[in-house]
Design a binder for this molecule. Structure first.
Ligand SMILES: O=P(O)(O)OC[C@H]1O[C@](O)(COP(=O)(O)O)[C@@H](O)[C@@H]1O
Ligand SMILES: [Mn+2]
Length: 640
């Protein structure tokens, strides 16, 4: 008997145990495939993301319409849906707005009965034990009684009605409704994929991380913005300065100070001493907001300049110590004619439109002055020791990866760098070349090394975190260069251009997407490539390459909504196939609760399975089949 069988025998000591397990697993294989939910580019927009999680990208409403739609008016459908998304708020609202006690009781009875009906429908896909795990432990007994009782029998109906009445009379109804709503939310989506860029530009990435940490099942494909935060926590001061620059640019320094408790006082004082108010560095999203005080705005503008200059200095140092990364052309502080106020970019001279280089020594433009050095050191120390931040980023490392192969699909944030003809471009390091899948594996290995050793700050792995942010062959970035310097200091638009990797043109071709799936050992006939990263602009298509490629940048980022014209896209993959969901921009939580404002605009079927998919068709199904094989062999042993 093999070692595995020995172990199995310990777990299932009698023949009857084996038979029970085989029956159980066979039954699971025949259940419908559970629903996967894909989101990406959340960019700190917690409220919009929270709403989409609560409504399961429209899945909850669809279930209500399909199953209770014939009995409810559109207004009541929306009210019932809103209750399931925001049970606490909706109950309060209901109580405040129903003066008559009898009406309120009737509302409770109707609501509980409807919830149980909907729960029954959402639970059919799962084993009883999995449904139980999704329930609030305090209400398991009552819920199961209500759920598995046949109301058609008169005796049972009385029993059922009695339980309902009791819940209301014993004032347990609120708690029960809230618990059941969350159970429904949980059952409607079985697994969540976050295809990168949780951090930057929006105000509440920390709350997104808290939500994800409480979520029942998920994976993350890192985005370039996430890697900035992981890089900084790995000891890269350069990543840190860049993420501070983005926080200042979008008026989000409170994430650093309030959410993560990192003190910016020294930086702020230094900035005040050394920088003035320059329009190009004013925070982007607050031009018409009244809540920001002029002084505060000026302070952010000054901090923005201070961290930008430190970033360019550190970037120059990195380029000097890592010529192998071929990033030489980027930092331009040594290409400045300080007298004429000109900079040379690719052989051409341009005048500087903003100057804030008071701390730059023309002879040693990339050297930090003493105070910058001290600020950088102490900020990096605080960042690496901020407890809550570390907890969030540990989780991101744990659940995250550069790419994921899941139920036959290939998920990654940005691109696989290629030449124009579709050949994978290779990244050379220490005499070895990495391209295609091996490049992504290499990047992941380096990032994990860097993160595991935050105290080592000058090694290749730490510098690679910066490369992942803006290196020309970074699968997370996918452009020839990041022209940050020119975007701040030069007017000529040609200096701002960031040329996209050939990948983004080729991903429209079916043959190319098939090649990608083969590279990752997936079946090109049945699989899809799913990307985030590039906002799908007005007039562009999210479904490409004869439906082999789907780009679902969620478009949550408010700053980018004018160019996309919509809120964004998410994707659902259930037993019937794949559906692309388009969202309107999210307004506010209050609007969603009071006015029942949902943000789903359309659902488009990407593919419809000919035969409804079951667990047997999934990755878990494959594992179960392997286990069944072993169990059958064990059964044979018991028969000997
Ligand atoms: O809109 P902003 O804040 O100027 O940012 C622009 C920068 O962001 C990037 O697009 C990278 O961020 P994304 O991953 O969100 O595209 C850079 O290529 C570009 O230089
Ligand atoms: Mn991105």
């Amino acid at each position: 008997m093999s070692y595995t069988q020995e172990l199995l025998r310990e777990k299932f000591p009698s023949k009857q145990d084996v038979i029970t397990e085989i029956t159980n697993l066979e039954a699971i294989l025949n259940l419908p495939k559970a629903t996967e939910h894909f989101v990406s580019d959340l960019h700190g927009e917690y409220n919009a993301f929270d709403h989409i999680l609560r409504n399961g990208s429209g899945n909850i409403k669809q279930k209500i319409v399909e199953n209770l739609g014939g009995r409810l008016t559109p207004k009541n459908i929306q009210e019932f849906a809103t209750l399931i998304y925001y049970p606490e708020d909706k109950i309060t609202f209901q109580k405040e707005n129903t003066k008559d006690q009898d009406d309120l009781e009737q509302w409770y009875l109707n609501t509980i009965a409807r919830l149980i009906e909907l729960l029954k429908i959402t639970a059919t896909k799962y084993t009883r034990s999995k449904v139980r795990k999704a329930m609030d432990p305090n209400f398991v007994y009552i819920t199961e009684e209500l759920l598995y009782n046949d109301q058609q029998e008169p005796d049972k109906r009385n029993y059922y009605n009695k339980i309902l009445r009791n819940l209301v009379e014993l004032q347990q109804a609120d708690k029960f409704i809230i618990a059941t709503c969350y159970t429904i939310q949980r059952l409607v989506v079985d697994h969540l994929h976050v295809i990168g860029d949780i951090y930057d530009r929006g105000p509440l990435p920390d709350k997104i991380m808290e939500t994800l940490m409480a979520y029942h099942s998920l994976d993350i494909q890192w985005g370039n913005h996430d890697v900035l935060w992981l890089g900084a926590a790995s000891g890269s001061a350069l990543c840190l300065m860049n993420l501070l620059r983005i926080c200042a640019r979008y008026n989000n320094l409170s994430i650093i100070e309030d959410a993560y408790g990192i003190n910016l006082r020294h930086l702020s004082m230094f900035a005040e001493k050394n920088y003035h108010d320059i329009p190009a560095f004013r925070p982007k999203t607050v031009e018409d907001a009244s809540f920001i005080l002029p002084d505060e705005k000026k302070q952010i503008t000054q901090i923005h300049q201070a961290v930008t200059v430190i970033q360019f200095k550190l970037e120059g140092q990195l380029c000097q110590r890592r010529p192998e990364l071929e990033l030489q052309k980027l930092p331009l502080l040594d290409k400045i004619d300080w007298v004429k106020k000109e900079v040379t970019i690719e052989g051409k001279k341009y005048s500087l439109i903003n100057t804030c280089f008071g701390t730059v020594d023309p002879k040693n433009p990339y050297e930090l002055n003493a105070e910058e050095l001290e600020i950088t050191r102490s900020l990096l120390y605080s960042f690496m020791h901020a407890t809550k931040l570390r907890k969030h980023l540990d989780f991101m490392m744990d659940k995250g990866s550069m790419y994921k192969c899941y139920n036959g699909n290939l998920l990654f944030h940005g691109c696989i760098p290629v030449e124009k003809d579709g050949e994978f471009q290779s990244f050379a390091y220490q005499g070895k070349k990495y391209a295609g899948r091996t490049l992504l594996d290499f990047c992941e290995k380096e990032l994990r090394t860097a993160y595991a050793h935050p105290e080592v700050t000058d090694d290749f792995a730490t510098d690679m975190t910066w490369y992942l942010w803006q290196g020309p062959l970074s699968p997370l970035f996918g452009k020839h260069a990041m022209t940050t310097f020119a975007r701040y200091f030069v007017a000529a638009p040609e200096t701002h251009t960031e040329r996209k990797n050939a990948y983004f043109a080729l991903r429209k071709e079916e043959w190319f997407c098939r090649k990608l799936m083969s590279e990752f050992s997936l079946d090109p006939e049945t699989g899809y490539v799913i990307n985030g990263h590039t906002p799908v602009k007005k007039g562009q298509q999210p479904i490409l390459a004869n439906k082999k490629m789907i780009v679902i940048d969620g478009g949550y980022s408010k700053a980018y909504q004018p160019t996309t014209g919509i809120g964004g896209y998410t994707l659902l993959y259930n037993s019937y196939g794949l559906q692309l969901v388009t969202h309107h921009p999210f307004t506010t939580r209050e609007d969603a609760i009071k006015n029942g404002r949902d943000i789903i605009s359309t659902k488009r079927v990407v593919n419809q399975e000919i035969k409804r998919q079951t667990v047997a068709d999934t990755d878990i199904g494959k594992q179960i089949k392997e286990n069944l094989q072993l169990l059958r062999e064990l059964l044979g042993e018991y028969d000997k």
